[in-house]
Design a protein around this ligand. Structure first.
Ligand code: SAH
Length: 340
């Protein structure tokens, strides 16, 4: 049975038409679920019982459950249990401008980035759109807050789950639903080039972040096997296309791995690669994991890399760190759950 949080408003309209009802009922259902936050179909008081029964027979309203929650001042990390007893993570960060949440897109991940904890866990399955929507709803309910921005940067490669991610984006962006504006939604990809071209054609123009992590193919092949399928040249072409179609700035993520990709030579190469493009580089201090061969770059090396990029005229920031003392970093909570 399909989950009620899996439908776009348009799909609800089609559903109501298919049972011989008026399509404005879709709006009423959306208002119950996403504005009044009433999840019990029996309480949809402006919808008559006969239709409520049909809804109950057509859709499940199963909800993901909170398995554990770890708290820090500005960060809370959730481990959720899914209907099939798989686990996923989401992290909420409290900023002065609002609350943002980092959601997972898959159970595990097949991209096998050498330094990444999720990558060694392998993909078990894609998340359905409702399981991503529910990460947001569950956190809002638990904390009594509203989420103002969403980053699709948790476990999984979102563009390897393209259709469900697009459905998720449509649902959370709907003006009668959760209402998260396109400019407040960011999708991070390791670089699945054909899907970047597809994404650029989506009418909802979200922010794109690309995990580059190396400025040349030799190094990127070692760190990110996806580069052997879509190399840097092809990836840069897709980024340029996205910039042109969307006229939005693209974020380039660059994780700082001590003595691996953090020398001035690499800073220079990165600067040359990105020169003149409307991008900004987010330098991410590596969160050390069980991949003992990778260490976080020292502060000095990060600063030197940053200064070189700036000198080359590249917009650049160093990611503020959230929650590294509660394992909020990248697949670690789910990893430690699996170890138990
Ligand atoms: N698959 C997508 C989104 C999930 S990963 C992607 O690759 O972009 C989100 C980001 O965290 C990516 O940039 C990823 O390379 C990075 N990352 C993974 N493990 C990390 C770690 N231990 N420390 C810091 N960043 C990490």
């Amino acid at each position: 049975m399909r989950n009620i949080f899996d439908l776009t408003r348009e799909e609800f309209e089609n559903y109501f038409l298919s049972i011989g009802e008026k399509k404005f009922k879709a709006l009423q259902v959306y208002e119950w679920l996403y504005q009044k936050r009433e999840f019990d179909i029996d309480n949809f008081s402006n919808i008559k019982k006969e239709i409520r029964d049909k809804l109950k027979n057509s859709f499940s309203n199963h909800f993901i459950t909170i398995e554990t929650k770890e708290e820090d001042v500005d960060t809370k990390k959730y481990l959720f249990r899914l209907e099939d007893n798989n686990f996923i993570e989401a992290v909420v960060m409290h900023h002065n401008y609002g609350n943002s949440v980092c959601v997972s897109s898959q159970v595990g991940c097949n991209m096998s980035c050498a330094f990444c904890e999720s990558g060694r866990q392998k993909k078990i399955r894609n998340l359905e759109a409702y399981e991503i929507v529910e990460q947001i709803l569950a956190i809002e309910k638990d904390l009594g807050i509203r989420i103002s921005s969403v980053v699709i940067m948790g476990i999984g490669e979102p563009l390897d789950n393209y259709d469900n991610i697009v459905r998720f984006i449509k649902i959370i962006n709907d003006s009668k639903g959760i209402q998260i504006g396109a400019r407040h939604i960011t999708l991070s990809t390791c670089g699945l080039v054909p899907k970047i071209y597809l994404l650029s054609k989506l009418p909802i123009q979200i922010n794109l972040a690309v995990s580059l992590h190396a400025p040349n193919d030799l190094l990127r092949n070692q760190l990110m096997p996806v580069n052997k399928v879509y190399n840097i040249k092809e990836l840069m072409q897709a980024i340029k296309d996205y910039l042109q179609v969307s006229s939005r700035r693209v974020t380039i993520e660059y994780v700082m791995l001590m003595s691996v990709n953090d020398s001035l030579k690499e800073a220079q190469e990165l600067g040359d690669l990105l020169k003149g493009l409307n991008v900004y580089v987010n330098l991410i201090p590596y969160n050390e994991t069980n991949h003992l061969e990778y260490k976080r770059s020292s502060k000095n090396r990060i600063m030197a890399f940053y200064d070189r990029l700036k000198k080359l005229g590249i917009n650049c920031t160093i990611r503020r760190e959230f929650g590294s003392n509660i394992k909020a970093a990248c697949g670690q909570l789910r990893g430690s759950m699996k170890d138990k």
